[in-house]
Design a protein around this ligand. Structure first.
Ligand SMILES: [Zn+2]
Length: 319
């Protein structure tokens, strides 16, 4: 047991040193009072200036509230993103409709989902609560899918647009109108009785009967490949190369207007009908050739042709 030190003070009354008794109790009381007062002061300071001083009790309360609000907000944003995802997904249907309009293959849902699949998402497990980690995981996954989906759709629209532009050129190049006003003999494609020989012979075009000098128009955009006398039964003839494997052939002409190498538009006046070559009467012999194979031109005619309208369009195009 340590020797407890005693405290003495000099008493003038007793003219001697007197032991001071009860001073420990006084000191203890003083310390207790001081501690309680300090706690009150600390509490006040923490409440008023805790954030600044980093003492923390108020900060913890606020962070808890903030955390609850943040989680709720992330939940709501996830719902919203889910809605966006559904909306974009519903574009898949109209996307396929557009694709089929321009002759592009449709994209089935499986392929689409493969292209917009999920990704490995970083986990914060161990640092934050499990439900918060899950919420953030869902957010990131949704954002990733949204990004992919938008990119997928953008690519598809780009393809559709390019195909549409391509189709416009192809369609305007296709020999698709009737070349001349007149009487069309539609039964004439394939084997038929040749009026001049009197036996079956291949006839691989359509004959259009009309007076000599009837205007003949280019049936599609292209470049004149040949004009002039053929030296064969076709007489004076003209060939347009439309590109994409298509050519059109006009025979028994009286006069060619277009020159070889000239670019023509659908509806451009290219020649006048006649009765040259091996012909039984004034008519235009018209052929459509695709990749070297003669086609039935009738299958290429798009309805009845309004020449005036087409010519007006041509004039418009030149403006
Ligand atoms: Zn013919």
């Amino acid at each position: 047991m340590a020797n407890r030190k005693k405290l003495f003070f000099y008493s003038n009354e007793q003219v001697s040193y007197v032991e001071a008794k009860g001073y420990r109790l006084k000191i203890t009381s003083f310390v207790v009072v001081l501690t309680v007062a300090s706690l009150f002061v600390l509490g006040f300071v923490n409440n008023s200036y805790g954030d600044i001083l980093g003492l923390g009790f108020k900060t913890t309360n606020e962070l808890t509230t903030e955390n609850t609000i943040l989680k709720q907000q992330i939940k709501e944003m996830n719902e919203q993103m889910n809605n966006y995802y559904s909306s974009i997904n519903s574009l898949a249907h109209s996307d396929n409709q557009l694709r089929s309009i321009v002759n592009l293959p449709k994209i089935d849902l499986e392929t689409r989902q493969l292209g917009t699949g999920g990704a490995a998402i970083e986990s914060f497990a161990g640092f934050i609560s499990k439900d918060a980690d899950e919420l953030i995981g869902v957010s990131k996954q949704l954002l990733h899918k949204l990004n992919k989906e938008v990119e997928f759709q953008r690519t598809s629209y780009e393809q559709i647009y390019q195909q549409y532009e391509h189709n416009k050129v192809v369609f305007s190049s296709m020999p698709a109108i009737k070349p001349m006003v007149g009487t069309y003999s539609y039964h004439g494609f394939g084997l038929r009785n040749d009026p001049l020989i009197g036996s079956l012979k291949k006839h691989e075009g359509v004959d259009i009967h009309g007076d000599v000098g009837t205007p003949i128009y280019a049936t599609g955009d292209g470049e004149i490949e040949f004009t002039g006398p053929t030296g064969s039964g076709y007489g004076v003839a003209l060939m347009i190369n439309h590109g994409y494997g298509y050519k059109s052939w006009y025979a028994h002409l009286s006069k060619c207007i277009a020159r070889s190498g000239q670019k023509v538009k659908r509806g451009t006046l290219i020649a006048y009908s006649g009765n040259t070559g091996r012909s039984t009467g004034p008519h235009l012999h018209y052929e459509v050739i695709r990749n070297g194979e003669k086609q039935n031109p009738v299958e290429y005619f798009v309805d009845d042709v309004d020449y005036e309208k087409i010519r007006a369009q041509l004039v418009d195009n030149r403006k």
